[in-house]
Design a binder for this molecule. Structure first.
Ligand code: RIB
Ligand code: CA
Length: 321
């Protein structure tokens, strides 16, 4: 029985691998994709999402989401660590290019904005659905603020975001949560069953150049494109955010989708109490309570990930293309 999911993306490179994984997996019924500003502005993340959907010939509606975080940009905040360009062999390499190297989309987004789609769909859903946000959580937070009762039709929220011992946007925060910390806080307190797939897991479940060769051996448009994206990420990771193994990359968002398919791709998943930092140097921090007597349990958090299982799952799924 395939799992009904709604993806929420800020398509970028790892989002694109996640979308392809969801479309190709027989264990996923991709109901819809919502887009949000994050890696790039929402016009670009939406165009990139449409390019992937159209290239794969998938019949999946795309709903354009919000262009701005809830309140973050209204007040001066501690900025994310500014990162200069990554230059390798004399050329600039970005973990996310403005546009994916796919034909410009000719398909269009739906008329309904993403937050309104969430409310409409979840109010009338015949069965609870799993939400998989892998970008800033603004769309979902807005929907929950519009109608908190939609939580009854949310089976689970599997969030790519956060970090306990690992950060990227600031010393305390992971990008998706940092980009709209208030939105993450609203989602966390929604009462939904939440599983976090944080940087602790995504950095542990790294993909290597050998895994890229395995994808290339499948030799389909999708598998070769996924290999291109992962190799692009390996160059930047190795130069700017090296993982435990040289020449490897985290492909964060695809791990969240794989976790929906088979949670054993995550390791050390614990029920925890979490708060979201909202100010100063803690803004966007997923504060996991380490105490022997923590606060009330409000989510699950994966402290580790399995790189072998992750690579095997992707190769198996992309073989089906
Ligand atoms: O911190 C990693 C997350 O930020 C990923 O979802 C990546 O696509 C970016 O959105
Ligand atoms: Ca993302």
């Amino acid at each position: 029985m395939s799992e009904k999911i709604i993806l929420d993306v800020d398509t970028g490179s790892d989002d694109a691998v996640a979308i392809m994984t969801a479309i190709l997996s027989p264990d996923i019924d991709l109901v819809a994709i919502c887009t949000v500003a994050g890696n790039k502005d929402v016009e670009k993340t939406t165009e990139n999402t449409l390019r992937v959907v159209e290239t794969l010939g998938a019949d999946v509606p795309v709903y354009k989401g919000v262009a701005r975080p809830l309140v973050k940009e209204l007040t001066p905040r501690v900025p994310a660590t500014h990162r200069s360009n990554t230059v390798v062999d004399g050329r600039i390499v970005n973990v996310h290019e403005d546009y994916l190297d796919l034909p410009p989309a000719t398909i269009k987004v739906q008329d309904t904005p993403a937050a309104a789609f969430y409310v409409d769909y979840l109010r009338g859903a015949p069965e609870p659905v799993t939400l998989v946000p892998v970008g800033p959580l603004t769309n979902l937070a807005l929907a929950l603020l519009m109608d908190a009762s939609i939580v009854r039709n949310i089976k689970r929220i599997v969030i790519m975001g956060g970090g306990r011992e690992v950060a990227n946007a600031t010393p305390a925060a992971e990008f998706n949560v940092w980009a709209d910390a208030e939105a993450a806080a609203w989602v966390l307190q929604s009462g939904a069953d939440i599983l976090w797939v944080p940087l602790d897991a995504t950095h542990a479940a790294y993909l290597t150049k050998d895994d890229c060769e395995r994808l290339r051996a499948i030799n389909t448009l999708e598998s070769n494109f996924a290999a291109d994206l992962v190799e692009q990420r390996i160059v930047v990771h190795d130069a700017r955010q090296p993982l435990s193994v040289r020449f490897s990359a985290a492909v964060h968002d695809a791990l969240a989708v794989c976790a929906v398919i088979d949670e054993s791709v995550l390791r050390d998943v614990r029920c925890v109490h979490m708060d979201i930092g909202l100010s100063d140097y803690a803004e966007g921090q997923t504060i996991v309570d380490p105490r022997h007597e923590p606060g009330p349990i409000n989510c699950s958090f994966a402290f580790d990930g399995d790189p072998v299982r992750f690579a095997d799952m992707l190769c198996e799924i992309f073989t089906r293309a």
